[in-house]
Design a protein around this ligand. Sequence first.
Ligand code: GRF
Length: 219
Amino acid sequence: MSNKLKIGILISGQGSNLQALIDACEQPDFPAEIVLVISNVKNAKGIEIAINANIPCFIIDHKKYINRENFEAVMTERLSEAKVELVCLAGFMRLLSKKFIKLWFNRLINIHPSLLPAFKGLNVHVRAIDAGAKFSGCTVHFVRKHMDNGPIIAQSVVPVHDDDTSNELAERILKQEHRLYPSVVRWFAEDRVKIQGERVVVTGIDHPETTVTNPSPAL
Ligand code: GRF
């Protein structure tokens, strides 16, 4: 039996982060394996990605349940049956209840396409451009009861260009998401992610010394 960390991935959409995690898990030395994928949207593109990779995939359509609690109870049943140890939200577009978050406390992480705590919620790229931000990026964090809030595990930074459209910025960030999410899963599987109150320390890792300035500094 494999001693890899068992992860479950929750999706609602295109599943490019799912694909990045699948690619990472296919590396023989990667310490985690995806044991199931759940989509709450029946036509999500990510479902095909899971099927092509031979990963058990369940469509649990929230619209078919009378309330959030019943919907989440079915997700928990599936996750527990598969013995999931870490739940990764990857473009999962449903808010989760306090009960679900408590049940998976510190075993539930999310990726968000901004440098949290800036730009929580939706339409983040348009908002970052409109606010004149010179940098944006992505964040992987533990999930807490408030949306896009919770101890930050890691972030990647990208520049915002003066002529960026929101699609161009989204694409630049998504590329970094595909590197960041598998890295965090690896650290988690290697038991290097330590939560100290609201702060997270990843042990045994190099931290960058470089400071980046946009536009590039003149002096
Ligand atoms: C990503 O930008 C992620 O940060 C956000 O939803 C998007 C999902 O993209 N939470 P994909 O479905 O993984 O391609």
